[in-house]
Design a protein around this ligand. Structure first.
Ligand code: 3HC
Length: 697
């Protein structure tokens, strides 16, 4: 059957009321058959005069959640949503929309073009288009200002936030709020409209109140917060046009929408949207997860406390174990502070915080974990310590308990071999601060049981995190790739760029912070320790990247926490550390390097090519299931610019041939570091893209 022929909209006549129901699971997206179904239903009811009011509602878990995103980038299929909504607005028979669940994007725009809107309790409305590189493209920028004013239109469409029903009622975007099942509410709403209890009116006949100050403020905010994004600017342009005739405003909106549809940003952001869902598609997805209610966390440092906070916030009970009483107290204090932060940010009520804290127990003996369903070990990164802990856990934990390590690079198989139950052992790699960062790398050992993997993914969902499956290797997906490409930043500095130039170039590319600023923030001592740990295994052919950073650390400058690193931090002020410039000069002289200049473009090209090379090897080695898994790791854990879709989506925009050419050029300077991954060479030969591999090619 062709998409167009699917029947997803049905009409039921009850007295003078025509109930039009949209049923397009899972989220009632406005696919071509839904658009056509609504168009036909409204036209037929008008032609036959079969009712005095039309009530549009949806079946299933939600009202229409927006345009069908899978149709973007494909040839258009009529009717276009804006045309359909203009027709609906002109309907002689008034249309009332009954909304439940999440009425988003095009879904909300359907409601705005109808003649009255009734929400069902629990409803959330929103215009999230900007989050996928677009703007409301079916009248949202014209009809929200008419109904609720320019400031509301700017707020909703630039933030993409979901607005709760009560707030929407206050804004004037809903006419009534009801309780009940969508069909029952639809019948009542129809009757209320017939009785004049709900007023119906055409949105296009309302004038927008001008508000130049709000528009100006929004322009400044967008320039400051989203300098790289196209769609927020275009969205403001369309909203500004809402004070004129609606036909003109709709034209400006349409043009802006179509322009945005054509941008790589839209493709990158939609890749990110579907990628975050695709990573749940794992070989173990049919296995039944084990029940997890009680969690043990070993280690009350920043990481352990963050993990415990995250678990408490998801309604799990937590036993925190530390070796000594004072460390335990510090851990509990950190968790309390984290939850307090949630209260301050309005994420939690004081009552919720208290209930969560009541679910927290502290202990100084691993025996306290005898009854928990899952243990997450988050102690110092030393194999010997981990082994000792897992031996003890094997002795005290109940049968079926999942034993997880939060290690960021150590061998899970070696840890698992320490127990009599390697099938229960898994890596759960959180990112700091663990109660905020979205990413959870789920590291699957040779013997990890499928239901333990499935439990890891169920846990990620419960913690509102994005779980990505990773295989065992030094650093798994994210840190392995980071370990490789971060050397490029150091080489660039050794060869002639300044740390600030490297940071500025990568920030202009879209990273929230350049690598030297990140190093200062995370603590330069961490990398220093790693370099010392790996010194013995470093290949003689490898060009040493840590010379400058080692010297900085030798001075006791570990970054922000010591007030000095690559930059100097002075009461809110930050400027490059002049002493570091001297160290760089000395190290260049020592290595016999004559400094040369790099353009910002060269900096980005080298950095990204190194990242892509190692990412390709991670896919080639099967450490990541698919290229998209690497993308999601970088988007959710490493501050990779979302609008670029992730390193391997970005790689497709460059093409394998060009990447191979670049690597071969750089290899003339350093053949050890710059090696063409086999997979990339094959892709260059066959013309295959990473996206083809995502699709199973
Ligand atoms: N189009 C196509 N598929 C969609 C979709 C959409 N708009 N929204 C969700 N889906 C798919 C998801 O990919 C997922 O598919 P899968 O099961 O195969 O992985 C399935 O529907 C369920 O989605 P979620 O897993 O996200 O379900 P949740 O219950 O967690 O969330 C939701 C539901 C809040 C509706 C969330 O899916 C969402 O935010 N969707 C996107 C909404 C959006 O961006 N709308 C605007 C679209 S652009 C637009 O409308 C342009 C207009 O102005 C012209």
């Amino acid at each position: 059957m062709q998409d167009q022929d699917i029947i997803s909209v049905t009409t039921e006549i009850v007295g003078d009321i025509a109930l039009v129901c949209v049923d397009n699971p899972p989220v009632n997206a406005l696919s071509v058959h839904v658009r056509r179904g609504i168009q036909d239903a409204v036209a037929e009811i008008n032609a036959a005069q079969s009712a005095k009011v039309i009530v549009l509602y949806a079946a299933g878990r939600t009202f229409i959640a927006g345009a069908d995103i899978t149709e973007f980038g494909k040839p258009p299929m009529p009717p276009a949503l804006p045309d359909l909504l203009n027709e609906m607005e002109q309907s002689k028979i008034p249309v009332v929309c009954v909304l439940h669940g999440t009425a988003l994007g095009g879904g909300l725009e359907v409601a705005l073009a109808s003649h009255a809107r009734v929400g069902i309790k629990g409803l959330r409305i929103g215009l999230p288009e900007v989050l996928i590189g677009l703007l409301p493209g079916a009248g949202g920028t014209q009809r929200v200002p008419r109904l609720a004013g320019i400031p509301v239109a700017l707020d909703m469409s630039l933030s993409g936030r979901q607005v709760a029903a009560k707030e929407a009622l206050g804004m004037g975007l809903l006419d009534a709020l009801e309780d009940g099942e969508p069909r029952d509410v639809a019948l009542r709403a129809g009757q209320d409209a017939l009785d004049g209890k709900i007023k119906t009116r055409r949105t296009d006949l309302i004038d927008t109140t001008p508000d130049d100050a709000a528009l100006e403020e929004a322009r400044k905010m967008v320039a400051r917060k989203f300098p790289n994004l196209v769609s927020p600017q275009r969205c403001i342009e369309a909203i500004a046009a809402s004070t004129g005739p609606i036909s003109e405003g709709l034209k400006i909106e349409r043009k802006a929408f179509m322009d945005c549809l054509d941008t790589p940003q839209r493709a990158g952001l939609i890749h990110a949207f579907f990628g975050e869902r695709a990573v749940a598609n794992i070989p173990e997805k049919k296995a039944t997860p084990r029940d997890i209610n009680a969690v043990g966390v070993i280690g009350g440092g920043t990481m352990g406390s963050g993990i415990a906070t995250s678990a408490l916030m998801s309604g799990l009970s937590v036993t925190l174990v530390e070796v000594k009483e004072d460390a335990l107290e510090r851990g509990i204090a950190t968790i309390t502070k984290n939850l307090e932060g949630g209260v301050k940010r309005g994420k939690l009520s004081a009552d919720q915080r208290d209930q969560m804290l009541a679910q927290l127990t502290g202990a100084t003996d691993l025996a306290a974990l005898s009854d928990v369903d899952l243990v997450i070990e988050a102690v110092f990164e030393q194999m010997e310590i981990k082994k000792e802990i897992f031996t003890k856990l094997d002795a005290v934990c109940k049968k079926g308990a999942i034993l997880a390590s939060n290690t960021s690079y150590l061998d899970i198989n070696e840890i698992a071999a320490q127990t009599s139950r390697p099938e229960d052992v898994i890596g759960l790699h959180f990112f700091s601060p663990a109660h905020i960062m979205k990413l959870l790398e789920i590291v699957v050992g040779e013997k990890t049981a499928p239901e333990v993997v499935a439990s890891g993914f169920a846990l990620a969902k419960r913690l509102k995190k994005i779980g990505v499956r990773a295989g065992v290797c030094d650093g798994f997906i994210g840190n392995r790739i980071l370990g490789h490409y971060s050397k490029t930043a150091s080489y660039l500095v050794l060869d002639g760029a300044t740390p600030q130039q490297v940071d500025d170039a990568l920030e202009a590319f879209g990273f929230a912070m350049g690598p030297h600023k990140v190093g200062d923030l995370a603590g330069l001592d961490i990398g220093w320790m790693t370099r010392k740990r790996k010194a013995a295994t470093r290949s003689a052919e490898e060009r040493y990247a840590g010379a400058v950073a080692d010297r900085i650390c030798e001075n006791g400058w570990y970054g922000r926490k010591t007030g000095r690193g690559y930059y100097v931090y002075d009461e809110g002020d930050m400027h490059p550390n002049a002493e570091v410039a001297k160290i760089i000069d000395e190290e260049r002289a020592e290595a016999g390097v004559t400094p040369r200049s790099f353009t910002d473009e060269e900096i980005v090209d080298r950095y990204m090519t190194a990242m892509i090379s190692e990412a390709a090897r991670v896919v080639e080695d099967g450490i990541a299931l698919r290229p998209v898994d690497v993308d999601v790791v970088f988007l959710s854990g490493y501050g990779f610019p979302r609008f670029r879709g992730g390193p391997l989506h970005y790689a497709d925009t460059i093409g394998a041939k060009e990447l191979v050419r670049r690597i071969e050029t750089y290899a003339k300077e350093d053949a050890h570091y710059w090696q063409v991954p086999e997979i990339l060479r094959k892709m260059a030969e066959t013309g295959k893209s990473f996206d083809d591999i995502n699709k199973g090619g």
